[in-house]
Ligand binder design. Structure first.
Ligand SMILES: CCCCCCCCCCCCC/C=C/C(=O)SCCNC(=O)CCNC(=O)[C@H](O)C(C)(C)COP(=O)(O)OP(=O)(O)OC[C@H]1O[C@@H](n2cnc3c(N)ncnc32)[C@H](O)[C@@H]1OP(=O)(O)O
Length: 259
């Protein structure tokens, strides 16, 4: 039973629209498990006909909580990989296969697995100036949360390679120019803008949306997620990854040996 102070994710309802909010930007085990469970709940609820995924405060999602992750790495915990199979992958599959429209309202910084989650949604709105990025290679990892396929599908292989290999952040405005984001709104108007679009979709032909999503979905999603998990398992043991996480937390520039 999650008590109020433990709540890392909240779900609110406005008519047939459910809004799932990440209350913390770092994907800790608590955030991931509560997000996975919240998405399963709204997916199974026939009275929910559209879903909004958003964050709170300045950030949408920072990706894996690196402070928590460092403890797992230091402990050499074999559970580290299960986070991909038990947390990340079920969240992405829930978003991508939910039989109703899912909007990401990107209220602020959106990087790493956070970007993967946003791209697993059907539509994206973003706050003006929100920074987005892949982040993975900057800490010696590769894509997960389906991003190795969803980013290529969204922006093309050339730009996807640039975004993954260079791990530079980009703005919501740039994302809009690439077709990644439907609309960029002033931060103060994002929630209302997302609510209006979600309400419009919630009043629409839900079965037709579900069938359309199924037809347009990536037929290789599960295969992609499995391959990403295997790659993360290999990379998660590298000195580069361990060193980069330590450097990030120490606010130092990482150095990479290439292994
Ligand atoms: C040994 C056995 C191993 C077995 C196998 C292991 C498997 C390993 C793999 C497991 C699966 C991993 C899945 C990974 C998913 C991911 O998402 S990886 C990517 C993680 N995210 C990042 O790397 C992003 C890091 N953050 C940044 O790049 C920047 O912070 C930013 C997001 C671009 C924002 O920059 P800016 O606006 O300049 O703000 P900052 O000052 O940098 O940050 C503000 C505060 O927030 C803290 N913070 C930011 N990101 C994180 C994070 N990811 N985790 C924890 N904390 C974060 C940052 O430290 C600042 O904190 P304060 O200094 O206290 O304010």
């Amino acid at each position: 039973m999650t008590t109020a102070e433990d709540a890392a994710v909240s779900t609110t309802r406005e008519g047939a629209v459910a809004t799932v909010t990440l209350l913390r930007p770092g994907l800790s085990v608590a955030v991931k498990t509560q997000l996975r469970d919240a998405l399963h709940e709204v997916a199974a609820d026939p009275s929910v006909r559209a879903v909004v995924l958003t964050g709170s405060g300045r950030a949408f999602c920072f990706g894996q909580d690196l402070a928590e992750h460092a403890k797992v790495l230091d402990a050499g915990a074999s559970t580290a990989l299960s986070t991909v199979t038990e947390h990340y992958n079920p969240i992405v599959v829930a978003l991508a296969t939910m039989p109703k429209p899912v909007l990401a309202a990107i209220n602020g910084t959106c990087v790493g697995a956070g970007l993967g989650f946003a791209l697993a949604c059907d539509l994206r709105l973003a706050a003006a100036g929100a920074r987005m990025g892949t982040a993975f290679t900057a800490i010696g990892l590769t894509c997960d949360s389906g991003l190795s396929a969803s980013l290529v599908r969204a922006v093309g292989s050339s730009r996807a390679a640039e975004l993954v290999l260079l791990a530079e952040t980009f703005t919501a405005e740039q994302a809009q120019g690439w077709g990644l984001v439907r609309d960029v709104l002033p931060a103060a108007e994002l929630a209302d803008g997302a609510a209006a679009l979600a309400a419009h979709l919630a009043a629409g032909p839900t079965s037709a949306y579900a069938e359309s999503k199924a037809l347009m979905a990536d037929p290789h999603l599960v295969e992609v997620l499995t391959a990403e998990g295997a790659a993360q398992a290999r990379l998660g043991r590298t000195a580069d990854h361990h060193g980069a996480v330590r450097s990030f937390l120490a606010k130092e520039k990482p150095s990479f040996s290439g292994r």
